[in-house]
Write a new protein. Structure first.
Length: 251
């Protein structure tokens, strides 16, 4: 049985067995009892996940045709597929679960923010992104690609870039390199006044990243606070801890 690729769903199917095995090996470095695969597609990774011992497994797949294909090709998956978009579902398990996937590139950042919504339940995520998105997520202060997503993810997770995945590992080959990253939830998340304060601050700071911080965030601090020398810097020069500390001084 064959299936078709849908450009509209950002589909690039993994076909390189060695990459699949590397992802599964990385998954097994942490305790694992409940696992959610996002976008199993043609099942390249799924076929290595289904046989894992003592694991409660679910796969989230929007595409009707892939659901039919997966159930025919991997009978063990019957009853384990959530036939919806990951962006539209509630947490697929009670309690904690691990997330893994070759994420559809057109919604990969939104998937990451969905995982952040579920962070109380997701201790580990291993995901494949376009390399430039992966690098942005793991980047550190001072980097040109350090930005909103870097700070909001690293406030709650330790991030690690695991390995590159070249275009020829996929069918069809994307025009870009891909990269696999791991997120591990911090035992102590970043101290902030609230997540909402952090989000407002970070977005304001990076939306005008070329400006001195003082000018970019003027509306959310009192003038007396803005006299601090920290505001002479640009957003990309601040550590996540400095952003966290600043949330307590916001109006």
């Amino acid at each position: 049985m064959q299936y078709t690729l849908k450009k509209s769903l950002g589909q690039h199917f993994l076909k390189d067995e060695s990459i699949c095995k590397m992802i599964v090996a990385a998954l097994q470095e942490d305790p694992l009892d409940k696992l959610v695969e996002v976008g199993p597609g043609g099942g390249a990774l799924t076929k290595y996940l289904l046989p894992l011992k003592n694991i409660d497994f679910k796969a989230v797949e929007l595409d009707d045709e892939k659901v039919v294909y997966l159930e025919k090709t991997y009978p063990a998956i019957k009853g384990k597929i959530i036939h919806k978009s990951i962006l539209d579902i509630d947490a697929p398990f009670d309690g904690s679960f691990t997330v893994v996937g070759n994420f559809p590139y057109n919604i990969s950042s939104q998937i990451l923010f969905k995982v952040l919504d579920w962070k109380e339940q997701v201790p580990v995520m291993i995901g494949m992104f376009q390399k430039e998105v992966a690098q942005r997520i793991v980047s550190q202060p001072g980097s040109k690609v350090y930005g909103i997503i870097s700070v909001l993810v690293q406030a709650f997770y330790e991030v690690e870039y695991l390995f590159d995945v070249p275009p020829e590992s996929f069918d069809p080959p994307p025009k870009v390199m891909s990269g696999v990253i791991r997120l591990k939830r911090k035992t102590e998340p970043l101290p902030v006044q609230s997540e909402k304060h952090l989000s407002i601050l970070v977005k304001a700071a990076f939306n005008q990243r070329r400006k001195m911080l003082r000018n970019a965030v003027r509306g959310i601090f009192d003038e007396t606070v803005l006299k601090d020398e920290l505001f002479n810097k640009r957003a990309e020069q601040l550590t996540i801890h400095q952003f966290g500390e600043l949330t307590f001084k916001m109006k």
